[in-house]
Design a protein around this ligand. Structure first.
Ligand SMILES: [Ca+2]
Length: 263
């Protein structure tokens, strides 16, 4: 029996259907506009770089600007959860210490940088426990006016990022990283760093990839800051493992659907 064709509701009959609104996920639930404030960063002094010349250009590179970026809203009370936290990496630094990536210092001094060998490399911050992440701010190396390649930011609750990894930023245009083609553009390093939207996702580990830059094959980091809030079961924010489930504090969307056509 064809159940689809045998169903004949009377005209004017509307069938309420509950649909799970899974797409709203983290960002729509994590930030209430009324409870936000602009993210405040402790910025380093600008590097004495002079007027940039012969800068790389292209459709996948943001035009150079050292203007202050627009305000980035975050929930009131967020703190830098990465401060002083443990940092691990894909390969030990050739200059500097990993602890310098979360020491709060990001001045354009040679001794404030952590350099790693060439190729795709990552550094990873352990927040200690899953937290609600709203903004990740990166300073790779603003000593020079340069663009980093294959900048990818992921979060996960798995320290190995084998399962449940969520990509928040990716400017790898040709999938040379093997982590997928990204829709973001390369950008020039400035004292303002780069803010990545954390969307209120709940995660313990934050990982940042890079693969050299337009001036060098080597990788460099000055600082990673992760602004967020403690997570709680009542937070109402979807977690990495349940982004397709209904978060607490939500309700199914009810639609009034028309009658099916009498085919
Ligand atoms: Ca530092």
């Amino acid at each position: 029996m064809n159940l689809t064709r045998s169903f004949r509701p009377p005209a004017g009959f509307f069938l309420p259907i509950a649909l799970v609104l899974s797409c709203c996920g983290e960002s729509a639930l994590g930030v209430n506009a009324e409870g936000t404030e602009p993210l405040v960063l402790k910025l380093p002094a600008p590097a004495l770089k002079g007027t940039p010349e012969d800068l790389p250009v292209g459709p996948n590179i943001e035009p150079y600007s050292d203007n202050r970026p627009p305000p980035f809203p975050v929930p009131k009370g967020v703190k830098n959860l990465a401060a002083g936290q443990l940092v691990t990496c894909s390969d030990l630094p050739t200059s500097g210490k990993l602890s310098q990536i979360t020491d709060g210092k990001k001045e354009a001094f040679d001794y404030d940088r952590v350099e790693m060998k060439k190729g795709l490399q990552w550094v990873q911050v352990d927040l200690g426990e899953p937290k609600l992440v709203y903004a990740i701010v990166m300073w790779h190396d603003h000593r020079f006016t340069q663009t980093m390649h294959d900048v990818i930011v992921q979060v996960s609750n798995d320290p190995d990022f084998r399962k449940g990894a969520t990509t928040l930023f990716n400017n790898d245009k040709d999938d040379s990283s093997g982590l997928g083609v990204g829709g973001d553009r390369e950008y020039f390093e400035t004292k303002f760093g780069r803010i990545v939207d954390g969307k209120g996702i709940k995660a313990r580990y934050v990982r940042g990839y890079s693969n050299g830059n337009n001036l060098s094959l080597f990788n460099c980091w000055q600082e990673i800051e992760v602004y967020g809030l403690p997570a709680s079961p009542e937070s109402g924010v979807a977690t990495l493992s349940s982004t397709n489930s209904v978060a607490k504090g939500t309700e199914p969307l009810l639609l009034q659907l028309p009658s099916p056509a009498l085919r």
